[in-house]
Design a protein around this ligand. Structure first.
Ligand code: GLU
Length: 450
């Protein structure tokens, strides 16, 4: 590798793209980080000599396997599954499992890479990993999901462990899936350990885990406003998504006095100009968590709201945009439209929801832009608390976990300020990337050539 690769973003990226062909999401996630950390690496000869960026962008290993399962009609199905063990420099691999037809190696590598920095930012001893399958849980019966999860764990159990790799949920993997996966792990290993997080409260789960990503994202947003002498209270907010992250971001937003006017799913978005209150949110929870139905039902019940089929909520003029659905859900055009409509803050609940050009537009405009690896780290932070509780065989109170979550989000915010403050204010992208990078890089340097 030429010396330029630790001095020049384009030279580094052209090598990375050559080594990882056909993986656009992975390229995008790496580029965003390398743009931020290159100046830092450039100034430190030892990082260059140790090829730290080349090593950090190469996963430790990827396990790929077939998952065969049977439908209720007795038909055989085969899916592909992965576990990307990205980096364990600062702790056991940690990160969710995603079940969605869009899952492929590129998506899981981007998620595992991001997770490494995110987990470092939490201050907890957690490395980065991610896994999942192109299995689509939508429309499958509970028994089918159970058979899939059991079959997947029959292979996965060999590669994970409470000191090795600790998976959790992500898109398509919630309490139901975690329970089936954990039940099978326990049966195969005959050990009750904290090997998965997001477990049910009856068998080692933590209070506030399911709320943590959404709550944490709102706390982070409130911290960003606080740093400018302002508050989230009274702000109009567009949320996308209606899964776990979105629901609990809305819940905390309502509690902090924000007015949430949108939610969405893959079919479209609802706009409620009166704001989603606690009663309306209870309806959404029932719709999504209980019946697994579409968000469009909202407008049948609440007549002042409108449904916009096939659209995303970014054309609605708001103070805050909080994307909580999936990657690349804000295009550069939508980013510019949000800015034109006077958006003051964008705070990312989903992983990498903004395309790179859109992210540049937010940074250039000097708005409060909280990138996902900082803003959505609350979920994995409480997963870390769940591991601690399992290790000490204790359960913490709701208050204690929530306090821990608030502290963690404040600390992450402050780390972003420490590494991202410039003459024009705080660049949270730079702050999160450099802040997350330093600890992992120092550990890797200390280990020598491994
Ligand atoms: N999937 C979540 C994330 O993107 C949580 C991971 C975990 O709790 O391990 O951070």
């Amino acid at each position: 590798m030429s010396k330029d690769t630790c001095k020049d973003v384009d030279a580094f990226m052209s090598g990375l793209i050559k080594r990882n062909p056909g993986e656009p999401e992975f390229h995008q996630a790496v580029k965003e980080v390398v743009e931020s950390v290159m100046p830092y690496v450039r100034d430190r000869e030892e990082y260059c000599r140790a090829q730290i960026l080349e090593r950090m962008t190469e996963p430790d290993r990827i396990v790929i396997f077939r998952v065969t399962w049977e439908t209720d009609d007795g038909e055989i199905r085969a899916n592909r599954a992965w576990r990307v063990q990205f980096n364990n420099a600062i702790g056991p691999y940690k990160g969710g499992l995603r079940f969605h037809p869009s899952v492929n190696q590129s998506v899981l590598k981007f998620l595992g890479f991001e997770q490494t920095f995110k987990n470092s930012l939490t201050g907890l001893p957690m490395g980065g990993g991610k896994g999942g399958s192109n299995f689509n849980p939508k429309g499958k019966s509970d028994r089918e999901v159970m058979r899939f999860c059991q079959s997947m764990m029959t292979e996965l159990h060999r590669h994970i462990g409470e000191h090795t790799d600790v998976p959790a949920g992500d898109i398509g993997v919630g309490p139901r899936e975690i329970s089936y996966l954990y039940g099978q792990y326990k049966r195969l290993e005959n050990r009750h350990t904290g090997v998965l997080t997001g477990k049910g409260l009856a068998f080692g789960g933590s209070e506030i885990r399911k709320e943590a990503t959404g709550y944490g994202c709102m706390y982070f947003c409130d911290n960003m406003f606080g740093n400018r002498g302002d508050l989230i209270e009274g702000k109009t907010v567009a949320v996308s998504g209606s899964g776990n992250v979105a629901i609990y971001a809305v819940e905390k937003g309502i509690e902090l006095g924000a007015k949430i006017v949108t939610m969405s799913d893959s079919g479209g978005f609802i706009h409620d100009p009166d704001g989603i209150d606690a009663e309306k949110l209870a309806f959404v929870k029932e719709l999504k968590e209980g019946k697994r139905e579409r968000i469009s039902k909202y407008v049948e019940r609440f007549k002042n709201a409108s449904y916009h089929e096939g659209e995303r909520p970014w054309s609605v003029p708001v103070d805050v945009a909080m994307p909580c659905a999936t990657q690349n859900e804000i295009s550069p055009e939508e980013a510019r439209e949000l800015l034109k409509n006077g958006v003051k803050a964008v705070c990312e609940g989903a992983n990498m929801p903004t395309e790179l050009e859109g992210a540049h537009a937010f940074v250039d405009a000097g708005i409060l832009y909280g990138p996902s690896k900082a803003a959505n780290a609350g979920g994995v932070a409480v997963s870390g608390f769940e591991q601690t509780q399992n290790a000490e065989r204790l359960s913490w109170s709701r208050e204690k976990v929530d306090e821990g979550l608030k502290d963690t989000m404040r600390n992450i915010h402050n780390k972003c300020v420490e590494f991202g403050e410039g003459k024009d204010g705080v660049n949270y992208v730079k702050g999160a990337n450099v802040g997350g990078f330093v600890k992992v890089a120092e550990a890797m340097l200390a280990y020598g050539a491994v």
